[in-house]
Structure formats: structure tokens, C-alpha cells
Ligand binder design. Structure first.
Ligand SMILES: Nc1ncnc2c1ncn2[C@@H]1O[C@H](COP(=O)(O)OP(=O)(O)O)[C@@H](O)[C@H]1O
Ligand SMILES: [Mg+2]
Length: 230
């Protein structure tokens, strides 16, 4: 993803677990999907775990929005690009007994086995905000998100985990330090969409903010001054 890769001095380092934060409609799901799509084209299998949309409508929506990517179906058919939607991920969450966090250890092992089955090297979790709504309290969420990051790192996958931000959302209990990177999509002034890399371990990333546009060929980032000279 040329513009973002330039901001990251090459791209997201392998094995990083990265939060992709932004308000509703910012383009988190689209960006995350494009990340998997481009990986799949290079022969890197990717899995999209959606906790809030069913797989068919997610795929339909992505094909409509990213109509310039004409080979999405082929990548899905050849299992280079896997989508697990709400109807499946909700079964990952089913409660064991009230007193244990069985449901979440179950969820993590389900994610783990899908990653192994498809030899995925790229993973998307859409969204942390939705997973959080299943937890009883901040401590449970903290345990869950920490285990999630540990497991993903152990599996040597590179992940984007989306996080809904903005008015009415609470990020107070987000343990930002457990993630290797934070990419933020936001707005500035009259509808200007802006992208910032707040943190990215093992990358000499740009500090400046760039503008972006959503197009049928993916996210287009306007090169910022801080992008490294070619
Ligand atoms: N091809 C496109 N060109 C411009 N805008 C688009 C296109 N496809 C989708 N959008 C816009 O992208 C937004 C949806 O992005 P999405 O990734 O679902 O957001 P988020 O996951 O952050 O809530 C909507 O506002 C939609 O109007
Ligand atoms: Mg979304």
C-alpha cells in the first residue's frame, strides 16, 4: 500500500500486532481488507475475522467499494484470503460457566487453529470494540486483549486490530502499550481525512500526518513531507 508503506519506511514490520483506530466510517474495515488483499496477491495467506458482520455481506461490500480489485473472488476461492464472519466468530465466544473466562480462552484457541489451518501470515480482527462489549469488566478485557496479542505474536502473524474511537466510545481501558503499533484514521477541518502513525516498533516511521482518500482502488495517501526520499 504505497502511501502507507512510505510513511512506515517500508511497511508494517513482520510480526507486529497493530491497532487501527478511527471513528465510524473512517475506512478501518476497508484498509484492513486491502492489507489482506495485497498480501494474498503476493502469496501471503490472510484471514479476516469479523465480529460484527456476516462473511457474505462483508465480502459483497468490499467488492462494491473496492471495485478496482477484480480478483477478490479468485483469492477467496484459492483460500489465500479467508473471511470468517459474525455467524462463525460468535460461536468462538460462547460462554462456558459464569465463573470462568472459558469463553475467551475458547475464542483465542479458535482463532489460533484457523491461523494454523490456513497457514495465515496476515490477520485482521474487526473489531476490538466489539470483542470488548462481550467482556464483563476492564480486567477481563485486559486479560483477553493481552492473551490475544501474545498468541498472535507467538504465531508470527502480522495483524491489524480495529478499534472504534470518537464521541461516545471509551478507550480509557485500552492497553495501548501491549500493541506494537498504532495507526489512527481521523478527520481534520472540513472533511479532510487524515492518517497518522502514532507508534510502530522496529520501523523508522513518519511523524507527520498525511491525508487520505478512499477510492475503488483502495486507500490513497497523499505523500507527506516526512516520507523518506526515494
Ligand atoms: N469506493 C469508495 N470511494 C469512496 N468512499 C467509499 C468507497 N467505498 C466506501 N466508501 C466509504 O467508506 C466508508 C466505510 O468505510 P469502512 O471501512 O466500513 O469504515 P469503518 O470500518 O472505519 O467504520 C463509508 O463512509 C463509505 O461511504
Ligand atoms: Mg468497520
Amino acid at each position: 500500500m504505497a502511501g502507507i508503506d512510505a510513511m512506515l519506511d517500508g511497511g508494517i514490520p513482520e510480526g507486529n500486532q497493530v491497532i487501527l483506530a478511527g471513528g465510524p466510517g473512517a475506512g478501518k474495515t476497508l484498509l484492513a481488507f486491502e492489507y489482506l488483499y495485497r498480501g494474498a496477491k503476493q502469496g501471503e495467506p490472510g484471514i479476516f475475522f469479523s465480529f460484527n458482520e456476516d462473511a457474505d455481506s462483508l465480502l459483497r461490500c468490499m467488492k462494491e467499494s473496492l471495485s478496482g480489485f477484480t480478483d477478490i473472488d479468485e483469492l477467496v476461492m484459492s483460500k489465500k484470503l479467508m473471511i470468517f464472519g459474525y455467524e462463525e466468530t460468535k460461536t468462538f465466544m460462547q460462554k462456558g460457566s459464569e465463573s470462568t473466562n472459558y469463553a475467551f480462552t475458547g475464542m483465542i484457541s479458535q482463532l489460533q487453529s484457523r491461523i494454523e489451518d490456513y497457514h495465515a501470515t496476515r490477520v485482521v480482527i474487526d473489531s476490538l470494540s466489539y470483542i470488548r462489549s462481550y467482556t464483563k469488566d476492564p480486567f477481563e478485557y485486559r486479560n483477553l486483549s493481552t492473551s490475544l496479542v501474545v498468541i498472535l505474536s507467538r504465531q508470527h502473524v502480522t495483524s491489524l486490530l480495529t478499534l472504534e474511537t470518537g464521541p461516545g466510545t471509551d478507550t480509557a481501558h485500552q492497553e495501548f502499550f501491549i500493541y506494537d503499533g498504532i495507526i489512527v484514521l481521523g478527520t481534520h477541518g472540513a472533511g479532510n481525512q487524515i492518517l497518522a502513525i502514532r507508534k510502530m516498533r522496529s520501523a523508522n516511521h513518519a511523524r507527520a500526518i498525511s491525508q487520505y482518500k478512499i477510492t475503488k482502488d483502495g486507500l490513497k495517501v497523499t505523500p507527506s513531507q516526512a516520507a523518506p526520499a526515494q
